[in-house]
Design a protein around this ligand. Structure first.
Ligand code: SF4
Ligand code: SF4
Length: 209
């Protein structure tokens, strides 16, 4: 018998907040990503890393020491801040017994904050977008000031590709309805709510984006 991986949640087992006893035949299963595996993580890295590598190259060509603040910003944001303002609203975050995230995007980030189902506050939205602007804007400034036009074009192209692939392939299947980028259809959200009363309760009376 195949043993479930300890690197990811058992795909045969419903999420702990899910009221269903099995994922088999769940109508949500093919429309929403409740479980993640190595393939999901590798695919995400494949689209997410290239713009970061190009941005890092642009900074290094101006001054390699100035990579340090950018890397600190990336680690601080994706390891702590984004986890607080966005991921702490995600049903995946609610999973007990794991001290780090085991999903496709912020895999390995520590779960230091408490789970808060329901929408993000206005303040959380501001911090969420400010982080993204800073992380993308920092290397962009080096590419422009350093007149690294070829790198800038590639950086812009791969960042646009990342945004498009995420929008078309990931954000329309993500179970974190609180995220401002979430694009899951209302009917799928409703089907997920019927199986996840805690999440449904937290969204009661709230406008879904
Ligand atoms: S909604 Fe529940 S039962 Fe359906 S796939 Fe997700 S965890 Fe499994
Ligand atoms: S919002 Fe995305 S990155 Fe954050 S815990 Fe949920 S699935 Fe992972």
């Amino acid at each position: 018998m195949r043993r479930p991986s300890t690197l990811f949640l058992d795909p045969q087992k419903p999420l702990s907040i899910c009221a269903a006893s099995t994922c088999t035949d769940c109508p949500v299963q093919d429309r929403l990503q409740c479980h993640f595996g190595g393939k999901d993580l590798s695919r995400f890295f494949l689209i997410a890393f290239p713009p970061f590598i190009l941005g890092g190259m642009g900074i290094t060509r101006v001054n390699a020491w100035l990579l340090i603040p950018w890397l600190a910003l990336i680690l601080g944001y994706f390891g702590l801040v984004e986890i607080r303002v966005m991921c702490s609203h995600c049903p995946h975050y609610a999973e007990p017994g794991i001290s780090t995230l085991k999903c496709w995007a912020n895999y390995g980030s520590p779960k230091l904050w408490k789970y808060r189902p329901g929408p993000m506050s206005a303040g959380e939205n501001i911090v969420f977008f400010a982080g993204w602007i800073l992380i993308a804007g920092y290397p962009l400034a080096f590419l422009v000031i350093g007149m690294q036009w070829l790198l800038l074009a590639l950086f812009a192209l791969l960042t646009a590709e990342l945004a498009v692939v995420m929008r078309l392939r990931l954000c329309n299947r993500c179970m974190n309805f609180a995220c401002p980028f979430n694009r899951v259809e209302q009917s799928v959200r409703a089907a997920f709510f019927t199986r996840n009363p805690t999440v449904a309760g937290a969204w009661e009376g709230e406008k879904l984006s």
